[in-house]
Ligand binder design. Sequence first.
Ligand code: PRX
Length: 643
Amino acid sequence: MSYPYQLKSIEAYRAAYKKSVEDPESFWTEIAENFKWRKKWDKVLNWNFKEPRIEWFAGGKLNITENCLDRHLETLGDKPAIIWESNDPEERTRVVTYERLHKRVCQFAQVLKNNGIKKGDRVCIYMGMIPELAYAVLACARIGAIHSVIFGGFSARSIADRLEDTKAECIITCDGAYRGGKDIPLKSVIDDALVGNNLVKKVIVYTRTRIPVSMIKGRDVWWEDEMLKVTDTLPVEGFGDAEVMDAEDPLFILYTSGSTGKPKGVVHTTAGYMVWTNYTFVNTFQYQPGQVHFCTADIGWITGHSYILYGPLSAGATSVMFEGIPTWPDAGRFWDIVDKYKVDILYTAPTAIRSLMGYGLDPIKDKDLSSLKVLGSVGEPINEEAWNWYNEHIGKKRCPIVDTWWQTENGGILISNLAGVTPSRPSWATLPLPGVQPVLVDENGKEVTEKDEEGFYKGNLCMKAPWPGMLRTTYGDHERCRTTYFATYDNLYFTGDGALKDEEGNYRITGRVDDVLNVSGHRIGTAEVENAINMHASVVESAVVGYPHPIKGLGIYAYVIVTGFHGDEERTRQDIVQTVSRIIGPIAKPDKIQFVTGLPKTRSGKIMRRILRKIAEGELDKVGDTSTLLDPAVVDGIKEGKL
Ligand code: PRX
């Protein structure tokens, strides 16, 4: 596999960037020519941000799995596509070659068809990080079913909401999943999610932990039995034809939090997403054929979709998939994996780096990390301390670090240095990728043209033009997509992030400017957590803000008014945490709950979060003007009770 569009020098980057802005159609035509199309596109790009309507490669026909699998068979058939490392370091590695992956995907695609799934149907996937998860995702794409992967940290109730929103008729799950020292009963959570649901017709269950599970006749089937039917009755050559998809047919839905209480289903389509994940993978990480790429994300998040599966596989790369967690059975797990598989590229999150830093250098000692060539960071701003540690102790000061800024809605990396090609700079995402046109605006949507005291342009980060991997809609509610991303500022896509820019055009992301928290690199809407807290029987009202957390980046701080305590304060606190865990999932549990008698509100009843944020951050003397509050005295009470 060669990548003629790989940018190998800063001059090549600058030239590509210029062309991508001046003549996007011919720029993307040249890149898209490198893929396998059943029919070429009629028009590279149609767009307006008003509706919004965004179409890339309209009229083109393809199947993304033919690009991720079939086209590699001849040259890479016996090469590893996925190297799977179990949660249990003693369990044997599973090396899935391109040939095997192709075969399994085709077989499982047939299983889906046998179970009545067809093009356009939505399939929810709730599995641990095992190769079968990759087969399931790709098999959906193979037959044109729209996959929606749900991260294992979401509760039955969250799954039920997603099932209702997608109107899914099929779920693919496992009996259970291993994660560190825990066994997670996935099927049992699905069973709870299915109470009252009468749309789901099939649940396909893969055996991983063999814990007892309920299996309902007519609805629940074992993965292994279904696969046997396929392999027994059909020769491999007899099936596997990929559905021919339109460039703009939806590929998947992935839910993400926003400022409102309800997660939204971000929709990505086929061709643009494929080109974008491939282009950004090959360029940001400077992937070279034969290298081993290890992205530590979970496939339940966009990073796993784009940089464990679609990006690397479309590039014929070898992708490591890890079932476990970085600290189990000890904090040397990532380094063992790097050593064992001679990983070239390691892509992880600042929260993981900070957590591993806390274990000191012992877990790294005696690990051979010399295979590493490129390090990546994603999910939140990487603080200088974590950057320096990563650079010094993992990269041994010889590996470029790419700080990749992007979002679920973006499909792939938008702003990042290119490893070894454009300069890296601690805590700066640096330059936009070709095709990406950022602009910083003030509250009125006017481009910021004046520098601040520190010499930076500072504003809300927007995009002026579409790139192939951007979201097309939010599932079932296009208006929500418009109001969330395209209505804040005229003719701009608004990211929800704030940023700084220097004279050379480098960007530094400063964080969310809306009511979304970035906790351990995961997006959690404060409104969503508040809704969950308010469901607790004794809760009258609550307000949630973020506060700096040494490992998670931000922790969740909840101010809660209750009618009384059941037992004592601590028990009630635990009950509230349990409620949030039930309603959203363990990932949204508040770190601190402070009981208060009132919340700082304006006369019009709006909660002044700025004040609550300052108190949670410990900046008690910086709460600012409280004179516009209905009852300024509540602030003193809250300050006194600060946790
Ligand atoms: O605030 C930004 C932050 O994560 C948000 C996107 O979250 P999500 O859709 O869950 O996707 C995470 C993985 C792509 C952004 O709005 N973010 C992501 N990467 C960075 C970042 N903030 C600073 N630097 C980054 N490299």
